[in-house]
Design a protein around this ligand. Structure first.
Ligand code: MGD
Ligand code: MGD
Ligand code: MO
Length: 822
């Protein structure tokens, strides 16, 4: 057992291992008040909710309160490890400022009230709007952070009960492109790869994915491979010098917004050098000829110029992915939040298809999720799609779902694609959408162009319901605020980025009158008197396990088949779907047999035009892909919508830091995490900082055509011509700036614009001007342990001190092959 500061050492101690070996277990524990594991009353199984990795953990309970967490050694995902947010983040649950009673707006102010009064108002407004205007007056904006049982109930209530097509999740900002790219290539959503591919890969390529900071434990697995015998080679594609870039064999730092050109360049080389698995392409795909034609226009010298990367590095990168025998690729927001998001993500799928790198140990694609439960939002259709990856444009799929729900097919909206969030906001702005119910998301900080978002949400004619655990910036604008129980205070399941389902059980009681989100949806259905077609209750369940059993039936025979899972099985540890009678312990990799969910009658989607986003017609799809093969969809590079000018000379990109989660409603309330990154900053390259007369710690004003913020300057390892701002910092703990400037939220700066196919907003695009406001009084409040590590200046290292000491239980034969885990 060793005790280390996991703020200072985010990834902990190495336990090296070689290809094909089992990743050694290392059990990480953090307990408050110097407690010993022996002092703990109960350990309650769960998994982490501050990212998509699904690190299995037990919540320590003593005297009815949470006192710590411990990783689960036997779980397939983390083999006992926890990341910094896992170790410390749970403490937010016990914050004194949790919402404990419903609030309603009276005379302009939010005041406490009873559940009856709050729900009564919501139900009354819903009824009035349905009578006056019909279902299109109602919109639901949900999350990637509730539980499966909650999404499934919401999807049923909203789609079949209220019959609105305006249902989306913040997954639109997060994994809409992952879902769309999988549909485009394989006919259906569903992650092909598995985390265990890290154990086997001889090359790992990370595309716009700072895994070290955003799935810290997955990075630990990669670091342990890198430290072991016969390590994989590593390709990093990111404009910043992230921890991944520092460990990489090749780091390509492209100009933001040029991902399609870069991938076309890599594919050009793969084809030109004939690193192609022709048998695989022949047997399992359509569209290869079109790709050949398309990428012919992207020789390395051309691509090197467009992306502004060295031509030599590009060739080395192509060889790395082209000659690997077991290639694992991951893709995330550097691709998804960009103007050609789906087109770029699909090119990574194409790379795997032409190389036959799918469905074998070490050969896989992870089109990553971000949020802990985003996968479930998609599966359950709380992102607007139909539950169970059914195809809204296929009447047979709609009829099948109608049978599961015992409603008429016409009761389920399917006459047009589901309304995406940015369109819902437009309807609210224009006044046709009159009730917006927001759960577990904080759009007043996380959506682009915040000035516009605030004015839309604050309108009198919009009835805004916010269901949260804290009085967020969004809740402050609401007409009704509903206090929810948090993770650890309610039971439910959720699925991580590699299809691993975990059960998270109630460890402690929610504070005050806060209620599980599931109870709130069930209550809504009861109060509205929603019925199925035989007059029975539309939502016949009221507890999580019964909701899960209902979902199992809805998913039966679908790609995301949960029919073989039970809460009892999940208590033993995570299981990957599909889990069926034939695969009772789950399924490690999809498409092992080269068969896809892409046949015209079975596919979830016929695809979209990658440039216009127009849905492909069923007849067109049938002609293109009658046998249901994987689709190789080529795309031309299109320049970003905004290019630097004299007025706005830099490109702006935004994203995350290791220690914070999103809008910091949780991590901002946790001492260890908050102190590691207490305020906003802007990262500039040494050249750009010098050109603007800026040094480490100086205060800069950032302006874009949308708005402005102030931030302290971190001179760091970002490529020239680009500024990076973390998007975590809203206003709740500082209020407006004394000088009247608009604040510090990155999204004051970002544009209202989205990828045509996935409709995912462009948080990593646009231009910005930077100007010095005043000299600094010390270094920027940015961590030194991460992508924001300083260049040159004398900045004290980020540490957590005694309060951040965590225990590591290391394998006995540490340093050699450890004890086996699963
Ligand atoms: N610590 C932490 N972890 C988290 C979260 C969190 O808030 N904090 N949130 C979770 C969620 S919901 C998500 S979605 C994931 C996101 O996880 P990531 O996608 O890994 O995180 P980001 O920081 O948004 O973006 C990743 C990288 O994209 C790079 N990038 C920017 N523009 C471009 C470009 O044009 N091309 C390329 N190739 N790269 C570019 C950025 O430099 C950045 O390092 O993280 C999850 N995990
Ligand atoms: N500029 C910029 N903007 C971005 C991004 C970026 O990279 N750059 N990334 C985007 C991405 S990928 C994402 S995922 C979004 C995230 O953006 P948001 O979803 O807005 O961020 P969170 O802070 O996670 O908000 C979740 C809310 O749910 C509440 N909550 C937590 N648990 C529960 C629960 O059990 N029940 C209920 N009812 N409420 C709960 C929290 O208190 C919090 O207010 O941000 C997006 N915005
Ligand atoms: Mo996300």
């Amino acid at each position: 057992m060793v005790s280390i500061d996991r703020v200072a050492q985010p990834w902990g101690t190495r336990t090296p291992y070689g290809p094909g070996e089992t990743w050694p277990a290392r059990v990480d524990t953090f307990l408050v008040d110097d407690l010993d594991p022996g002092d703990v009353d109960r350990w309650v199984p769960s998994a982490s909710v501050l990212h998509s990795n699904g690190d299995a953990l037990d919540i320590a309970v003593k005297d009815g309160r949470m006192v710590g967490v411990r990783g689960r050694a036997g779980d397939r995902v983390n083999h006992g490890r926890l990341g910094p947010k896992d170790l410390y983040g749970w403490q937010a649950n016990a914050s004194p400022d949790r919402l404990t009673r419903p609030l309603v707006r009276r005379d302009g102010r939010l005041v406490e009230t009873s559940w009856d009064d709050a729900m009564g108002r919501v139900v009354a407004r819903t009824r009035t709007l349905l009578d006056e205007q019909g279902p299109s007056a109602l919109g639901f904006y949900t999350s990637g952070q509730l539980f499966l049982e909650e999404y499934y109930t919401l999807a049923l209530v909203a789609h079949a009960g209220l019959r609105t097509n305006h249902v989306d999740g913040n997954t639109r900002l997060c994994t809409a492109t992952a879902a769309e790219a999988l549909k485009e290539s394989f006919g259906c959503d569903g992650q092909p790869g598995s985390y265990s591919d890290v154990d086997h890969a001889d090359a790992i390529a990370l595309f716009g994915h700072n895994v070290a900071e955003t799935q810290a434990v997955l990075w630990t697995r990669m670091l342990d491979r890198l430290a072991g015998p016969r390590p994989p080679s590593l390709l990093c594609v990111d404009p910043r010098e992230t921890p991944v870039a520092r460990a990489a064999t090749v780091h390509l730092a492209p100009r933001p917004g040029t991902n399609v050109a870069l991938l076309n360049g890599l594919l050009h080389e793969v084809l030109a050098r004939d690193w192609v698995d022709h048998d695989y392409v022949q047997a399992h795909t359509v569209g290869f000829a079109e790709l050949e034609q398309q990428v012919a226009a992207y020789p390395p010298d051309v691509v090197a110029r467009v992306c502004d990367v060295p031509e030599r590095d590009l060739r080395v990168a192509a060889e790395l992915v082209g000659t690997a025998e077991r290639l694992l690729s991951t893709v995330l927001q550097g691709f998804y939040q960009s103007h050609q998001a789906t087109a770029a993500a699909v090119q990574v799928n194409n790379l795997h298809l032409v190389r036959g790198m799918l469905g074998r140990p070490g050969a896989g694609v992870l089109q990553m999720n971000g949020q802990p439960t985003a996968e479930n939002t998609r599966e359950c259709g709380a992102d607007g799609d139909l539950a169970g990856f059914r195809n809204w444009a296929n009447d047979a799929h709609v009829a099948d779902l109608a049978q599961v729900w015992n409603v008429d097919p016409d009761d389920i909206p399917h006459w047009s694609p589901p309304t995406h969030l940015m369109q819902m906001l437009r309807y609210a702005e224009q006044g046709s959408l009159r009730l917006l119910w927001v759960q577990a998301t904080n759009p007043a900080v996380s959506l682009p162009e915040l000035a516009r978002v605030r004015s839309t949400l604050a309108q009198d004619r919009l009835f805004l319901v916010v269901q949260d655990i804290f009085l967020s910036e969004t809740a402050e604008l609401a007409d009704v605020v509903l206090p929810a129980a948090a993770w650890g205070e309610k039971t439910g399941t959720f699925t991580n980025a590699d299809r691993t389902v975990h059960l998270s059980e109630r460890a402690v009681d929610p504070p005050g009158e806060a209620r599980p989100d599931l109870d709130i949806f069930v209550d809504l259905a009861r109060r509205l008197g929603l019925r199925d077609k035989d007059g029975g209750p539309l939502v016949p369940w009221s507890d999580p396990e019964a909701a899960f059993e209902a979902w199992k039936e809805c998913s039966r025979g679908r790609p995301c088949d949960y029919s073989g899972l039970t809460y009892a099985l999940l208590r033993e540890g995570g299981v990957q779907w599909p889990c069926t009678a034939d695969a009772p312990r789950g399924t490690e990799r999809l498409y092992a047999d080269g068969r896809f969910w892409a046949a015209p009658d079975t596919c979830e989607s016929y695809g979209r035009d990658l440039v216009t986003g127009a849905p492909v017609e069923p007849t067109e799809y049938r002609a293109l892909n009658p046998d249901g093969r994987a689709v190789i969809k080529a795309a031309a590079y299109l320049p970003p919508h905004e290019e630097p000018s004299a007025e706005y000379p830099l490109l702006l990109t935004t994203g995350r830091t290791l220690y914070h989660f999103h809008t910091r409603t949780k991590t901002g309330r946790v001492a260890q995490l908050s102190a590691a990154a207490p305020d906003v900053w802007v990262e500039l390259s040494p050249d750009d900082a010098a050109a603007h007369g800026l040094a480490e710690g100086d205060v800069a004003a950032l302006t874009t055509p949308r708005g402005g913020i102030e931030a302290r300057v971190r001179v760091g390892g970002i490529r020239r011509g680009v500024a990076f701002v973390p998007f975590h910092y809203g206003s709740w703990d500082t209020g407006p700036r004394p000088d009247g400037s608009t604040g510090r939220a990155a999204n004051e700066l970002t544009p209202t614009d989205w990828d045509p196919a996935s409709k995912q907003p462009l948080f990593k695009a646009g231009v910005v001007a930077v100007r010095k406001v005043r000299a600094g009084t010390g270094p920027a409040p940015a961590p030194t342990t991460t992508a924001s590590a300083p260049r040159g200046a004398d900045v004290p290292p980020t540490v957590g001190g005694d309060d951040a000491l965590s225990d590591e239980d290391l394998p006995p034969a540490h340093g050699r092959t450890g004890r086996s885990a699963t």
